[in-house]
Design a protein around this ligand. Structure first.
Ligand code: OFO
Length: 159
């Protein structure tokens, strides 16, 4: 079924997301923004969990998982704002991919997949909102170094 095939590809996108966020964490660490780096590490871990949700679901459906190659992520940004703008752009891309799988599942009347995908649809609203909030705050503070350190501290407190 196409839905399950697309979910197999989505495992790759979720692991790719994890890799991108890990690269962002590495960059932020190199800039001594430890709180933002910790936030990105948590995000990278969450993305791996997303991949595993699809992985386990495909196993339950008796579909063999085929892992695909992961692209080398970008590793340099001009500013934390540019980095978080990239993260937001990436989440929007992921939301579109989830919607496309959902459309296929609806066409195929694959109700168990629709149920699983519903979780991802809701999750994407949260993921986009989180990234967007950080982007807006970073835009607000501009070049203010003290405020940047405050945001860094705030993001480091992410549970
Ligand atoms: Fe960021 O939600 Fe999965 O990819």
């Amino acid at each position: 079924m196409n839905t399950l095939k697309k979910m197999n590809e989505q495992i790759n996108h979720e692991l790719g997301s994890s890799y991108i966020y890990l690269s962002m964490a590495a960059y932020l660490t190199s800039k001594n923004l430890k709180g933002m780096a910790a936030w990105m590490h948590k995000q990278a871990n969450e993305e791996r969990e997303h991949a595993m949700k699809f992985f386990e679901y495909l196993n339950e459906r008796g579909q063999a998982v085929e892992l695909l190659a992961i692209e080398k992520p970008k590793n340099e940004w001009k500013t934390p704002l540019e980095l978080f703008e990239d993260a937001l752009k990436h989440e929007k891309k992921i939301s579109a991919l989830i919607s496309a799988i959902m459309e296929t599942a609806i066409i195929e009347k694959d109700y168990p997949s629709i149920a699983i995908l519903q979780w991802f649809v809701t999750e994407q609203v949260e993921e986009e909102a989180n990234a967007s909030e950080i982007v807006e705050k970073l835009k607000m503070i501009g070049e203010h170094k003290g405020a940047l350190l405050m945001i860094d501290k705030e993001l480091g407190a992410r549970q």
